[in-house]
Design a protein around this ligand. Sequence first.
Ligand code: SAJ
Length: 410
Amino acid sequence: MIKKYDVCVIGLGYIGLPTASIFATKGKSVLGVDVVPSVVDTINQGKIHIQEPDLDILVRAAVQSGNLKAATIPAPADTFIIAVPTPFQHGNEQHLPDLSYVEAATRSLAKVVQPGNLIVLESTSPVGTTEQIQGWLLDELGPTAKADDYHFAHCPERILPGQMLRELVTNDRIVGGVTEVAAKKAKELYETFCSAEIFVSDARTAEMAKLTENSFRDVNIAFANELSLICDELGIDVWQLIRLANRHPRVNILRPGPGVGGHCIAVDPWFIVAAAPAQARLIRTAREVNNSKPLHVVDNVKKKASRFRDPVIACLGLAFKADVDDIRESPAIEIVKHLAQEKVGRLLAVEPNIQKLPAILENQVTLTGAEEAIHAADIILVLVDHRQFKSLPRRLFDERVVIDTRGLWS
Ligand code: SAJ
């Protein structure tokens, strides 16, 4: 007889893996599914293929308990959780969402779902996607399938890379059901490990809530980034400016940087823009301001580099933000890539969280240690405020041109 799991999680990435593991450590029998066989093998050995503090301990405990198994295809379960990527389509101006992974994951469930199952979409998705997965599944099941037999809900993930395991437990959650029964079932499921409040809503509101949270942050970072552009123009120290303005009791400006990266904030606002282009003017502009920042940094480096005959540039950090190894949509990578393409100087890259340069930078950039790079550099370009960089002695930076996009000491 085929084993029936309590939970089957489709997609074992940054969200699916911690979610599957935490359910397993809370006593649920869990099957984690990923299309990449090496990922499945790694997890079945109790190891991890991504970096996140303490995730290795959680996965090892989950696998050793016998409650977490990984496979490349789904198996019957009471609940299915879809946690696959939802990028936008590259190569078109509107940044339309690419739901192909969600669709493929949903259709793959047709062979194993049974009436009464709960299907939860965790992937950040455009409004209407949860209803759409219901449509895809019923379509795949054929004309005899009844919509009422399956329960569909959206429960967007909200965890912050670098603090995922704590936030998985302590963050409030929103569950939105296509029906009230689905929402209630999803709430009960997440109560297994979530110690915070779980708010119930409909699926469309839950989808929009997630997009709203990340757009809120994007708009606020864009404000900080726009200020940094204005300050460059006016010769004002943006860090001091923000420090002073934030002494007002109702002002809390975020930090400017080289741009906004990662797979969430740089992507999700486009889902709102694509759905309501005429109304989402501020959200679109924020995306444009944040997207323009890397090229502004490149221009700045070029100006400074023109003073040297054969400049050596130490680029500190490639990750999309501090203290993570994730380089997806990283503004630092974009900046270094442009500097390499335009042959602005000899480029040394320092990224303590990766062992190997991404293919896009190979043969153009040398990956090296911080002190070595700084020692050799004419220009030091701070792209990420990793804790290793903050603890470097400041005297190392003396007598160098320093372009600090992160306000390392501010
Ligand atoms: N950044 C700045 N200035 C700031 C804050 C951030 O330039 O003041 C940059 C970061 O360097 C990075 C980008 O923005 O490049 C995004 O970083 P982040 O720490 O703001 O967010 P993420 O992408 O790591 O995680 C976000 C979180 N969303 C919100 O805070 C509203 C997280 O809770 C979500 O779960 C996650 O997106 C997601 O998966 O959607």
